[in-house]
Design a protein. Structure first.
Lengths: 643, 200
């Protein structure tokens, strides 16, 4: 039986009351106040997608510059700025926040609750993200675009004598500021997953995407302080004369690389882990088969998270680290292939043992595109984990090709898969299937045309981060660069088509049923788009695929909490939901969540003013911001009901 | 519950406490990430120190121990009234909660006053832009002082709430006291690394 035939909740009287309680006020006040995790999640996704487009345009300009020898399309300085902002945008402003977006929208729905654990902090996370992104991009207005690379290595970036202007100050302050958003968001995900799971959802029944977000959040909690510290110390060195990284004054330039990569290496895995969570969600649905080896997949996520903290030195093999340390980190880097391999075989086995022919709907196509692309990226990853090979390939286009295969292949394909998968739930509309398939093939083909030749270019000796190359390296060299540039424009065409599909279908797409895919997790048991209150009753689940349990004829149970005789009745305009015990999710307690408020928005704005003050070295501006922060924090308490 | 979901049988459960509050869980993860921040700062400190021929660098004298030892005892001692405030809040004893919070606040304030006294003396001798030692010194000690300051704001706020007879008090006090313990534990590491291991 397909899920379209499954009975859908019927609208009854309490639903209207619930809708009134949980809906935001209309207009701009409602927008600024909203603490609706679905609205915040959608905002995250839209903003991150906009940054993807901006970062993509920066990449296109770089590929134009590199299309032929001795080109002067943008010039050296502009190229450095584009390169810095492309990397910064894609990692910090697109890739990390896009999973905060999925987490926000999907996690509370999949665990069957009505809200995030800290709704106002959730709103704060988004506003800080938007402010930090705005701060970084406002550097274009002042002609002070960061130009020291997305990694901002010292001594180049650590001193105004080497990298003049305010460019790297925008970078350092913006990145440290953004860290607040990421950290607060991660803590929110953790507490939501620990305490707000629907009754019966013990940890072995938690959907695998939620597991992915949990592991990602744990990694953020332990990895993010390193980049915050790197940003703050860099700015202290640049702007306030500190000497953390200045060798002449007793500092250690190499310390910066340690701090950067102690964050940076977990970072790439904390992007990859929720991405695999999306893949592990989608493949079973389109194969109509429960994920093969669910416990092993979850264990692999956790293992990957742990091992990823022991890898950072492999970015620094060429800095002259002791051979023994290099060996250790080399082994750890290769070790990560084991949990990744376990996941890979789980996906392939799920497809191979599907009881039906796997349906190649757009989300599944992107998931398969991920499998193919990421496999190649994983292989080259094993190669660069080997110290002698790394010495040869370091700082060449081989590395550029490798990390685009793992980042574009490993996280962007799953992102697109997720966008196509949850679009009906978010908007209540279906995407145009044919357009989606065409855009997939353009992106998939364009990707390999762009990045495969870069492996060979790297092996031929082409260094990364250079803005041009001279004639005379041979026809093959020039032609492969040209092919790579052509491929970039094919990707762009695919993404443009996909964007058009999103925009058009949002209004004109066919109306989406509650469950267009025949899926297994709770979010597909409610109408599309999801109502403001998510669930009128809390489901009592018996596995990580409750909808398929019900299809197979198990009794569908909901929980009624007797102490507050009717949880569907609004109470004094407040948002009420339940929390459950941390491990077994069997004890149930009614709680009142904070109501919508504009103070998170005000706090983010005031914090932005402090950051502007630091970049501009103005104590006056920073002081005004600090005053605003104080006011917003005191006022924050308003409307938080006493329990 | 009135007709909520079609085809669902209802299991009735009673609402009862489910363990630690959401705020407590939030505080635990905040402490984890903040602890890492201090850990990385001390990692940076020892990274630079191991590679430096002299320590302290330049003409800077060894850190002063006696006054700081007294400050340390006061700060660590303040965990006792803080803990008592926590226990009292759990019993619902407002009077004892207010006394515990107030005493801990005073002891923290004495610690912070000592920090500023030391700071003026240190600034007369060396400045953050002198060398890497000075940069680390001011960054670490002042970041910790900032955390003590935040703790004082939290305790002041909780104290006022307790006096204003706002009920119940258990959950916020629990979170605030947990944070205070964390700030104290961090000081043990800062004191050992920056003071004891250099001067002894």
């Amino acid at each position: 039986m397909t899920l379209a035939e499954r009975p859908v909740p019927r609208v009854a009287a309490p639903f209207a009351a619930l809708q009134r309680t949980w809906d935001d006020r209309p207009g701009i006040p409602g927008m600024l106040e909203s603490v609706d995790h679905k609205r915040i999640g959608t905002r995250y996704l839209v903003t991150a997608f906009a940054f993807l487009l901006i970062g993509g345009v920066e990449a296109l300009l770089m590929r134009l510059q590199l299309a032929g020898p001795d080109a002067e399309v943008v010039g050296a300085q502009a190229y450095n700025e584009l390169m810095t902002m492309h990397g910064t945008t894609m990692i910090f402003l697109f890739n990390t926040p896009v999973f905060a977006g999925f987490g926000n929208y999907v996690l509370p729905l999949q665990v069957g609750t009505r809200d995030m654990a800290f709704p106002r902090l959730n709103a704060l996370s988004y506003w800080v993200y938007l402010s930090a992104g705005g701060l970084l991009y406002s550097s274009f207005l002042f002609g002070a675009v960061p130009d020291g690379g997305w990694f901002a290595y010292v001594p180049l970036s650590g001193n105004r004598a080497f990298s003049g202007g305010l460019g790297m100050d925008f970078w350092a302050v913006g990145i440290a500021f953004l860290g607040v958003s990421t950290t607060v968001g991660a803590i929110n995900f953790l507490v939501t997953a620990i305490r707000m799971r629907t009754p019966g959802m013990t940890w072995p029944r938690v959907p695998v995407f939620v597991w992915g977000v949990v592991v990602m959040s744990l990694m953020i909690v332990f990895a993010l302080p390193a980049i915050t510290l790197a940003g703050l110390t860099l700015e202290a060195d640049r702007n306030f004369g500190f000497n953390f990284f200045d060798a002449a004054a007793g500092g250690e330039p190499i310390l910066y690389q340690h701090l950067f990569w102690i964050w940076g290496h977990p970072e790439v895995y904390l992007l990859f882990i929720p991405a695999t969570g999306i893949v592990s969600t989608i493949i079973p649905v389109f194969c109509r088969r429960r994920l093969v080896g669910y416990p092993l997949v979850v264990a692999s996520l956790v293992a990957t998270g742990f091992i990823s903290f022991g890898l950072w030195l492999h970015h620094m093999f060429a800095t002259g680290v002791p051979a023994l340390s290099a060996d250790f980190f080399s082994v750890a880097s290769a070790l990560i292939a084991i949990p990744t391999g376990v996941q890979f075989f789980a996906w392939v086995s799920t497809i191979a043992t599907a009881p039906v022919r796997p349906r190649l709907e757009p989300p599944m196509l992107f998931a398969v595109g991920f499998l193919v692309t990421f496999l190649i990226g994983g292989m080259t990853g094993i190669m660069v984990a080997m110290v002698p090979f790394d010495w040869a390939a370091h700082d060449s286009y081989f590395v550029v090709a490798h990390f685009h295969y793992v980042l574009f292949g490993g996280t962007v394909f799953p992102t697109f898969a997720g966008l196509h998968y949850w679009f009906p739930k978010m908007t209540g509309r279906m995407l145009d299937r044919r357009t989606a398939i065409v855009s997939f093939w353009l992106i998939f083909a364009g990707f390999h045309v762009t990045f495969f030749p870069q492996h060979i270019l790297g092996l031929m000796g082409m260094p990364r981060r250079v803005y041009t190359y001279t004639e005379g390296y041979g026809t093959a060299f020039d032609v492969m660069n040209l092919i790579s540039s052509v491929g970039a424009f094919v990707i762009a065409a695919g993404i443009a088509l996909m964007t058009w599909n999103f925009l058009r279908s949002r209004r004109r797409g066919a109306e989406a049923p509650a469950d267009p895919w025949g899926a297994d997790t709770l979010e597909w048991s409610i109408s599309s788009p999801a109502p403001a209150y998510n669930y009128a009753a809390f489901a009592d689940v018996e596995s990580h695929a409750p909808l398929w349990d019900w299809d197979e004829g198990r009794t569908r149970t909901a929980v009624a909490v007797v102490d507050d005789e009717d949880l569907t009745q609004p109470l004094g305009g407040h948002h009420r939901t339940i929390v459950t015990s941390a491990l077994e999710a069997d004890e149930v307690e009614v709680v009142t969540m904070p109501s919508p408020a504009a103070w998170p928005f005000a706090l983010a704005l005031a914090s932005l003013v402090i950051c502007i003050g630091i970049v501009a070295s103005s104590w006056l501006i920073a002081g005004v911001g600090a005053l605003g922060v104080t006011v917003a924090m005191v006022a924050w308490q308003q409307g938080i009901a006493e329990r | 519950m009135t007709a909520a979901v079609v085809d669902a049988t209802h299991r009735t459960v009673t609402s009862r406490p489910t363990g630690r509050s959401l705020g407590w869980w939030g505080m635990v993860w905040t402490i984890a990430t903040e602890g890492l921040l201090f850990g990385l700062l001390l990692f940076s400190y020892f990274f630079i120190r191991t590679n430096s021929p002299t320590w302290p660098q330049g003409e800077i004298s060894d850190p002063e121990l006696t006054l700081t030892a007294i400050r340390t005892v006061i700060l660590l001692g303040s965990t006792i009234p803080a803990h008592m405030a926590h226990r009292a809040a759990q019993r619902g004893d407002r009077r004892a909660t207010a006394w515990g919070l107030g005493t801990a606040w005073l002891m923290g304030a004495v610690f912070l006053a000592g920090h500023f006294y030391d700071l003026t003396k240190e600034l007369a001798e060396f400045r953050a832009d002198d060398n890497a030692y000075a940069s680390l010194w001011y960054a670490i000690t002042n970041l910790h002082a900032l955390h003590v300051g935040v703790g004082l704001i939290i305790f002041g706020f909780l104290w006022l709430r307790t006096l204003a007879r706002m009920e119940p008090q258990g959950e916020p006090v629990e979170g605030g006291v947990l944070y205070w313990h964390f700030v104290d534990v961090v000081w043990v590491f800062v004191y050992t690394s920056l003071y004891l291991s250099v001067s002894l």
